[in-house]
Design a protein around this ligand. Structure first.
Ligand code: NIG
Ligand code: FE
Length: 420
């Protein structure tokens, strides 16, 4: 491993996110950004050696600074690479015609129930060759990186039959090796009910448990297991069976919960010990309480709420009640075709009344917790991966305040400059 020393100096603010609180943060802990004015960051090879004020670094590391390569941040904000903990980025095709249909009044679920929506993307993903799927997904990862995102979670779920599910997961595995953006894979066989199983949902659940999960696990293609628990899709009972079965294969549970209707998804997330519950637009009071008690992370997707013209999840209330909140794009071709985490941070503030500091924690440290990577990424601390973004702003609040513009100046992944 290279022992090259990089010295990023003259940051107007270095938002380290090193608050001392280990594990998912909530309440006032989400406001602690570990801000250092006039900060310096030392990187050795692919890891962070130190993050501190200019004075401290110059005093403590004088001996090695003389050989360091200097990056002058010139009064810019420096943060950890953003993390997107919920994407469906490995898909084929697009659904721009459905965008128009929805503007004319069709609902997301109507379109899906008449064979479009997730089913349409499943057809396009099945038809795409491995090379095509890889190329299309790589373009999206390039865009994530250009917006300051250095790690994403990625879900399967556009197969709903074994071969395409495996194709999606293998594509993510390849891209994880080839692309600068790290991808953390999630199996989501239960993303919709395949048409041929309509009315026989339990049989498809058996198929997922008896056929798909063992294959995915044998090839070590996923770390998490997710289910779309929704009225007309999978019931809480079916979701529980799939998530419990996944645990036996070492897959950690996640749930698409209470997105369209209140359906007990938040309660189920707490019950099965899910790492996170996603969406939660319609989560019940009892569900929020249960998640706070269990320490379940709420992964909130305000861009999806905006795109579906729905009221966003109650992010403010969840944080105040002690639920740790992460945020994500939900990047997918139907309900949120975006790769911009900075936009999502803005929407977290505007639509969910989160503060800029909370939004930054939700897009970095808590996002790392939602994919169980907080030991490696999500904050700028000694020994962690050198995933760093320099922004063309001075104050961290400008990231959320000056919206709709890409403020990325440069991005460093594992100590290597990959953007800018
Ligand atoms: O998280 N709700 C289910 N799944 C995705 C949408 C997938 C799609 O429409 O293609 C979501 O919003
Ligand atoms: Fe999703």
């Amino acid at each position: 491993m290279s022992s090259r020393i990089l010295w990023i100096k003259n940051a107007s603010q270095l938002a380290t996110l090193a608050s001392g609180v280990k594990g998912p943060r909530s309440k006032s802990d989400m406001s602690e950004l570990g801000l250092i004015e006039n900060g310096s960051l030392l990187i050795k090879g692919n890891k962070i050696l130190a993050a501190a004020s200019a004075g401290e670094i110059e005093k403590k590391y004088a001996a090695i600074l003389k050989d360091a390569e200097i990056i002058d941040a010139s009064g810019r904000l420096v943060t950890p690479g953003l993390i997107d903990p919920h994407t469906h980025a490995a898909y084929g095709g697009g659904r721009e015609q459905e965008f128009e249909m929805r503007l004319e009044g069709a609902s997301y679920m109507d379109i899906m129930n008449s064979g479009g929506g997730i089913h349409a993307t499943a057809r396009m993903t099945r038809e795409a060759s491995e090379e095509e799927l890889l190329e299309q997904t790589a373009v999206r990862l390039d865009s994530f990186l250009a917006h300051g995102v250095t790690t994403v979670e990625g879900k399967s779920g556009y197969g709903m039959e074994l071969e395409t599910e495996l194709k999606q997961l293998r594509t993510m595995k390849k891209l994880n090796e080839q692309h600068h953006v790290d991808i953390v894979p999630t199996f989501m066989g239960a993303h919709a009910v395949p048409p041929e199983y309509k009315g026989r949902e339990d049989e498809f659940v058996d198929y997922i448990i008896e056929v798909m999960l063992p294959e995915v696990s044998a090839e070590k293609l996923a770390e998490f297991n997710d289910v779309f628990c929704e009225v007309g899709v999978y019931t809480p009972e079916q979701a529980e069976r799939i998530l419990e079965a996944g645990k036996k294969f070492g897959l950690l549970p996640k749930i698409h919960a209470d997105e369209i209707e209140s359906y007990g998804g938040a309660e189920l997330a707490a019950k099965v010990g899910a790492v996170s519950a996603e969406h939660l637009l319609k989560a019940s009071e009892a569900g929020i309480e249960a998640m706070a008690k269990a320490g379940t992370i709420a992964c909130l997707l305000p861009a999806t709420a905006l795109y579906l013209r729905e009221e966003a999840a109650k992010g403010r209330k969840m944080i105040d009640r002690g639920v740790p909140v992460a945020i994500s794009t939900d990047c997918n071709p139907g309900s949120s075709p975006t790769t911009s985490m900075p936009l999502v941070m803005n929407l977290a503030c505007i639509l969910m009344r989160m503060t800029p500091a909370e939004a930054l924690t939700a897009a970095t440290y808590n996002a790392a917790c939602a994919i169980r990577r907080e030991d490696r990424i999500g904050s700028l601390e000694e020994g962690k991966q050198a995933d760093i973004v320099l922004w063309n702003v001075k104050d961290y609040r400008e990231l959320q305040y000056l919206f709709g513009v890409n403020h990325v100046h440069s991005v460093w992944k594992k100590g290597i400059k990959v953007v800018g």
